[in-house]
Design a binder for this molecule. Structure first.
Ligand code: CMC
Length: 422
């Protein structure tokens, strides 16, 4: 059978045949048929807007790979910095490359004092840390005159290193500000996750528990990339206008902020707290099914129609964390909810399974993070994914400024009516 598709415009009888490659055919076929004909595809459900070699996702079979490496293997054997290198460069680093990368990132963790003293101090005392993080990302770009030099690989590499190195500092700064604690400067002798935990929690005598350091590293590996999700698409769309990477990353982080995206882990903990006890689970499930209440947060995914492989790893990591911190009392409610949903035809028929956010909030809460920080924790590692896609976009000859078409559904031309006659 030929791997082609033939489309006929029944209005004119014109026919176009184009190849199907890896299940994709070029939309230029539609243009060839009739340049004024468009495809209506809200939310890009059926549209591949780019070719990408970064992350492979098979939602029906619960498969996730970064540059070909299964997420399970990376979560077990790798570190976030190694994974960030892999996402950005396409290959795992050798020892020399990793040492250099670790050195470069570690020595760019400080941020300009004006950022802290003038910018961050200007926020209202109860500002949401994610709002602070989004704005700090954009503000950070104003400190680097070379940020706009996006056509130079050397400059791109420098901005990438700065962004990866400084996002944990911005995140911890947002947190310390929100609780009125003095900022803790980065400590270059610590690992990437330990340095972040130290900046978050350091008061006299604090030492990072190596088990929590590892758990943090696993969590950030799992969140580093997820192909063309809403945030990454925002990064690509804004990046396609040739904006600097700080502004583009701020747009991506804004997209991540929403409760249907990275804000879901925060929503999960709020939902579990509201349910309050396992006796209330059946009534909550009924309410979700009736469509009158909230959705079951942390369940369902646009692409996964099976268990999200990250959720499996996170569920296991939760028990490792609870060994150090004590069990999060919301865990029993989460387990009961999962059990109830996975045996209910409403969720089975719609292929709704736990996603990455269902258990991650429980871990973060047990580690002491306030719920307001959860999306910020997602944004730190996702910065690597955003930047990998940004870099891929800028070197892809097929790409132009993003500019979708619309299906105009407004009024036809009409004449202006003077205000007294309306
Ligand atoms: N609880 C109850 N019903 C749901 C849920 C849910 N969590 N998710 C989807 N449905 C139902 C939905 O009502 C619809 O039912 P019907 O066909 O009867 O109208 C059907 O399932 C299909 O849903 P959809 O909204 O068309 O699916 P989507 O692909 O547009 O949405 C989603 C994907 C993730 C936005 C959605 O599943 C959701 O809102 N989940 C809860 C929020 C959440 O956990 N988000 C985190 C996503 S993973 C992390 C990330 O990528 O950022």
């Amino acid at each position: 059978m030929a791997d082609t598709i033939t489309i006929t415009d029944d209005r004119t009888g014109k026919t176009v045949t184009v190849p199907i490659t890896d299940g994709v055919f070029p939309a230029s076929a539609i243009r060839e048929l009739d340049p004024s004909l468009f495809v209506y595809d809200p939310a890009y459900m059926q549209t591949a807007a780019c070719k990408s070699s970064i992350t492979y996702l098979d939602g029906d079979n619960g498969v996730l790979r970064y540059r070909g490496y299964p997420i399970e293997q990376l979560a077990e054997h790798s570190t976030y910095l190694e994974v960030a290198y892999l996402l950005l460069n396409g290959e795992l680093p050798d020892q020399t490359q990793l040492d250099q990368w670790r050195h470069d990132v570690t020595h760019h963790t400080f941020i300009h004092e004006n950022m802290r003293k003038r910018f961050v101090d200007g926020f209202h005392y109860d500002a949401h840390p994610m709002g602070m993080f989004v704005s700090s990302l954009a503000a950070l770009g104003t400190f680097y005159n070379d940020a706009k030099d996006i056509h130079s690989k050397e400059s791109r590499d420098k901005q990438i290193m700065r962004l990866i190195a400084k996002t944990p500092t911005l995140a911890a700064m947002a947190y310390r500000f929100s609780v009125g604690l003095p900022f803790v400067y980065p400590q270059n002798e610590l690992s990437f996750p330990a340095n972040f935990l130290n900046m978050m929690w350091k008061v006299s005598g604090y030492e990072v528990d190596p088990r929590l350091e590892r758990a943090m590293d696993v969590m950030i590996i799992l969140h580093a990339d997820h192909e063309q999700n809403c945030g990454t698409t925002a990064m690509r769309i804004v990046g396609s206008s040739q904006a600097d990477p700080y502004s583009s990353a701020a747009a991506a982080a804004s997209a991540l902020y929403g409760p249907l995206h990275g804000g879901a882990n925060e929503a999960v903990v709020r939902m579990l707290t509201e349910i309050g006890s396992i006796e209330n689970v059946p009534a909550f499930i009924d309410e979700v099914k009736s469509g009158k209440g909230s959705r079951l947060m942390g369940f369902g995914h646009r692409v996964y129609k099976n268990y999200d492989p990250r959720a499996t790893i996170i569920k296991k990591a939760a028990y490792d964390v609870f060994e150090v911190t004590g069990k999060n009392p919301l865990l029993d409610i989460a387990l009961k909810l999962e059990e109830a949903a996975l045996s209910d035809s409403y969720f089975i028929d719609r292929k709704l399974y736990p996603n990455v956010d269902f258990y991650s909030g429980l871990i973060y809460q047990a580690m002491g993070f306030p719920v307001d920080m959860f999306t910020v924790l997602f944004a730190i590692p996702r910065t690597a994914g955003w930047l990998a896609h940004w870099q891929e976009l800028l070197t892809d000859k097929d790409q132009k400024i993003s500019r979708p078409r619309q299906w105009y559904a407004g009024p036809d031309e009409r004449q202006y009516v003077a205000i007294g006659d309306r």
